[in-house]
Design a binder for this molecule. Sequence first.
Ligand code: HEM
Length: 464
Amino acid sequence: MSTASLDLNNIQGDILVGIPKKTQTYFFFEIQGDPSLFRKALVDIVPLIKNASQAQKDRDAIKEHKHKGDGTLLHMTGTQIAFSHAGLEKVCNTDPSADPFIEGQFKDAKNIGDAGTDSGTKFVPAWDPAFGDANIDGVIFVGGDSHQSVNHELQKIKLILGPSVKEAIHIRGDTRPGKESGHEHFGFLDGISNPTITGFNDKNAPPGPKAVNASVLLTGQDSKSSPVFVDGSFLAFRYLFQLVPEFNQFLKENPIKGDSELLGARMVGRWKSGAPIDLTPTHDNPELGKDPKRNNNFFYSGELKKGDQTRCPYSAHTRKTNPRADFTEHDREDALNERRIMRRGIQFGPEVTEEEAKHHRSLHGRGLLFVCYQSDLTKGFQFIQQSWANAPDFLDLAVDSNLKKIEPGLDSIIGQNADQARGVVGTDPAKPDGSISIPRFIVPRGGEYFFSPSISALRDVIAL
Ligand code: HEM
């Protein structure tokens, strides 16, 4: 199937477009008893699932409404559904042949560097028990403009599902208030760099990385696929707590040339405003940060000529998770495109309180409900976390004229290797080989791999 024939009415809305949301509730469920009860209830759930063309209409309506400028939000919700491997096995007879999905994230936690206890025969990640022992068969998540709209929609869904499911976990995410809206809890503007898709939104896309084929995000794009997998996507969910007062204190205690903001920017690869440090390496530029025509148009290519990390360390989060021209140098642009993921997370938890700020200690849980889509978890999320973020040697970075190999260390933000210290190289532009140890400011406390089927797979194969 070519991307020109993408069926937007068949693809769940969050994957390519994104469900608009100020708040989102994740209802993780376990199917009870005979799965046919659930499959029958699904008949009435399917019409509530927002597809990509409906999600696009919602986004257009919001844009239009914003132009009116009365400051109100349009009332709307968007519901999505996805199944774990255990759940998919219960509702349809199929072989996804996708390893991390079949194993589940609990078993994959060691591979992706989560802390935990290892008895030699069994590894148990230090997760919330609800995720640890949960029998999560699936997740229904509802995004919308307000808690009221979302709760109302979720009540309707629960009524339809009745006793066919049991709630396993319930988590609510909320975007941050006021001018922090769109910023994750460390304070950095997020959701800027997501792939554009050939034949879907590449025509008027702002300048930036090359568009990817839809098959990077959607499964079943060749004619041999079983109907369940056509137009679906694998969803990686991560319950990531962020130690914000501790992070802020670390920046304060380790400024670069007296500048704590600079250290933060060199850990992320962007300033808090979103401005990429590859374009503005010494100071923030909020105008650039919010300008979609410029804020993703960079390739780390100035660096390669210089062969150092003066503008942006290789260990910076954005450079580790999407190395851009660090790859094309070796004529591997398509290989890079295979590693792109569509990120759709939302923040959770309250703002830092005065007491937390004063004592530099987290007393309340907050962080990111990380969600990303890809057609293959081993090429997308799992690879990025395991082989880039957690790998000290990263790409084959023999970049200077003497072919001296640069070893960047871990991703400054998300890199992790069980309980080992997080060594990171290049944060100080004056000492490109200098290494520092950065404490963990992100604590994974749960997660799962899911599959988001198409509308037709839900309706014609899974529902009864
Ligand atoms: C980009 C924060 C977890 C993959 C970003 C950006 C920020 C950020 C501030 C820059 C904004 C943008 O380009 O959109 C965080 C925080 C995390 C987190 C605070 C955890 C709490 C993850 C995880 C992954 C990931 C777990 C995947 C394993 C990416 C990717 C980009 C990105 C692929 C875009 C890079 C680019 O194209 O330039 N993240 N992130 N992030 N993040 Fe994360």
